[in-house]
Design a protein around this ligand. Structure first.
Ligand code: DGL
Length: 279
């Protein structure tokens, strides 16, 4: 991954500085969960851009502009690394961000490579947003890593909205999910890649629609390991959990955040500071 050899953000380059995490809404909590579990000593500041959600229906230049604005806020708070916990934002902006800011960025990458390796049928399905699937970076990934396996991509409008509403089960969720998953299973897919960070919250519904012969994989844990690797590389790992803070901010209504947090967050919800990001 690219990174300038001599970062000129000395204030951000301290091991006790927080890690910044961005997503279009609550989806990135699936990645936050993995980072918090793997790196409990790190302070984390999460921005969920619910006011602009869904990113997946927006053109790439609009997503990129917005992600730069939010990254500026995080960098203003002295973060030492930014995680784009959003496939759509990664595809639209990560290369431009790396070329602009002298801190490391960890982005999402749909797990096409492990999926191709795990498939016995030779058919892999990728569920993602329209914005992700429109990105050239995504097609490069498939071209480079699909390894002779047939990859069927499916844009899934509506799934992000279900998660943002906290609708993770029930007939309506099952109906929408089934509309996307059934054609993939019919086409012979035996591995499904969750190419959007919102989708792990629908994993049970997706697995039920796909049936027991299909493996469902996502990238959250791999991104957490990548974050640890980048921090180790730069000697920026925090140690001593006493000061570790978890701040979760939204650009949307704070009430919605307060309702969803205890429902979607798998770990102890008590120690998080929840709030609204004033713009
Ligand atoms: N969670 C995001 C992703 O991984 C964005 C979903 C959206 O806002 O459309 O792509």
């Amino acid at each position: 991954m690219d990174k300038p050899a001599a970062p000129d953000y000395p204030c951000a380059m301290a091991s006790h500085a927080p890690i910044g995490i961005l997503d279009s809404g609550v989806g990135g909590w699936s990645v936050l969960d993995e980072i918090r579990a793997l790196l409990p000593d790190e302070s984390l500041i999460y921005i969920g851009d619910s006011a602009w959600c869904p990113y997946g229906a927006r053109p790439a230049d609009q997503i990129q502009q917005r992600v730069f604005q939010l990254t500026d806020r995080l960098i203003g708070w002295g973060v030492k690394l930014v995680v784009l916990a959003c496939n759509s934002a990664t595809i639209a902006a990560v290369e431009a961000l790396r070329a602009t800011y002298p801190i490391p960025f960890a982005g999402m990458e749909p797990a096409v490579k492990p999926a191709a390796a795990a498939s016995r049928s030779g058919v892999v399905g990728v569920l993602a947003t329209e914005a992700s699937l429109a990105g050239e970076k995504f097609h490069r990934l498939i071209h480079d890593h699909a390894g002779g396996v047939r990859v069927i991509t499916v844009p899934c409008p509506g799934l992000v909205e279900l998660v943002e509403r906290g609708e993770l089960s029930g007939d309506r969720a099952a109906g929408v999910v089934n509309g996307y998953v059934a054609p993939l299973v019919d086409a012979g897919a035996d591995v499904l890649v969750l190419g959007c960070t919102h989708y792990p919250f629908l994993r049970k519904v997706i697995e039920a629609a796909a049936g027991p012969a299909v493996t469902v994989i996502d990238t959250g844990a791999a991104v957490a390991r990548r974050v640890r690797q980048l921090l180790e590389r730069d000697d920026l790992l925090a140690s001593g959990s006493d000061d570790a803070r978890l701040r979760v901010l939204t650009t949307g209504p704070e009430e919605q955040l307060r309702q969803l947090w205890p429902r979607l967050w798998a770990q102890s919800a008590d120690d998080a500071e929840l709030g609204r990001l004033e713009e």
